[in-house]
Design a protein around this ligand. Sequence first.
Ligand SMILES: Nc1ncnc2c1ncn2[C@@H]1O[C@H](COP(=O)(O)OP(=O)(O)OP(=O)(O)O)[C@@H](O)[C@H]1O
Ligand SMILES: [Mg+2]
Ligand SMILES: [Zn+2]
Length: 332
Amino acid sequence: MASLTAKYRPRRFAEVAGQDAVKSILSRASATGKIAPAYMFSGTRGVGKTTIARIFAKALNCEKAPTGEPCNECSMCRQANAGSAVDIIEIDAASHGGVNDVRALKEDVGYAPLEGRYKVFIIDEAHMLSTAAFNALLKTLEEPPARVTFILASTEAHKFPATILSRCQHYVFKMLPQAELGAHLEKLLVAEGVEYEQAAVRIIARRGAGSVRDSISMLGQALAYSTGALREAEVRTCLGLAGQEVFFRPHGSHSGPRPAALVAHPAAGAGPRPGPGIFFSASFPAAGAICFCCTKPEKPLCRSWGCPPKKPPSGWNGRNALALRTSTPAGK
Ligand SMILES: Nc1ncnc2c1ncn2[C@@H]1O[C@H](COP(=O)(O)OP(=O)(O)OP(=O)(O)O)[C@@H](O)[C@H]1O
Ligand SMILES: [Mg+2]
Ligand SMILES: [Zn+2]
């Protein structure tokens, strides 16, 4: 199966999930022709930065322009969709972020758009530009020639010198709430003609942790694994999840905050157990506590139940989490 993320990369602002403020500002700018010399799109991975940069560049050059949405039918739009529009230049700063690359780019900036209305430079992973490259860019960013605009996209806005940031209109892309991710995944499933259980979609949306790309990749993985419809049980197995609502019951001595052992509660049902991971709790009162289990397999299993760390282990990002609830053994 072709990658779902590539297949479903939105081609119009209206198809992009979330990011409402950014979409409406850029769509209006495109419709009115009030274009800034430089934009900065920052935010976590896989939330639409590159996608929106391409849609914006396409709308600016659409034959129906000025327009708030690209038509996706004219020859300019078709070239942009095929990645062959000469006036939309994408630069991957991770591999072309040296000062010589920026010098070449500056020469290119000097030429008027060849076929379109605007020359748009999309610099992806822009935080990877070298210091010399940043410096070489400064003047151009401030006063690019007419009909040239820059879009810098990056997951790490804090790495940019203030001199660059202050020259850009800065838009911060948001992680998508679980409900919005779920709704987007359901649209894709309908488009693919796949039946699904809502609980299965909910699991993927929760595990996607705000990233559309991660969620869609997981969906692709689950679809490759499943036979026909997308079922909750298969999604759990495929993603290596134990039942999210696994209940653990401390056994043995329960004096103080130290359970002697934890065993899976029968209510957990069958299915894979959580792998070794760091177990911690914010508090571990005798009356039972909500705990979390970080199931990163590379981390050693913490066996010292008596000293629950007060904070999540460093590097824990809330993903791979199982909500576990301890319950006080009967009679205690
Ligand atoms: N807001 C969104 N709406 C719909 N699809 C999205 C959205 N964000 C990401 N996607 C999906 O994820 C894929 C990657 O998105 P995109 O390249 O825009 O992410 P990004 O924010 O640039 O990520 P990175 O920081 O890793 O470069 C797209 O092809 C699309 O399938
Ligand atoms: Mg990107
Ligand atoms: Zn068009």
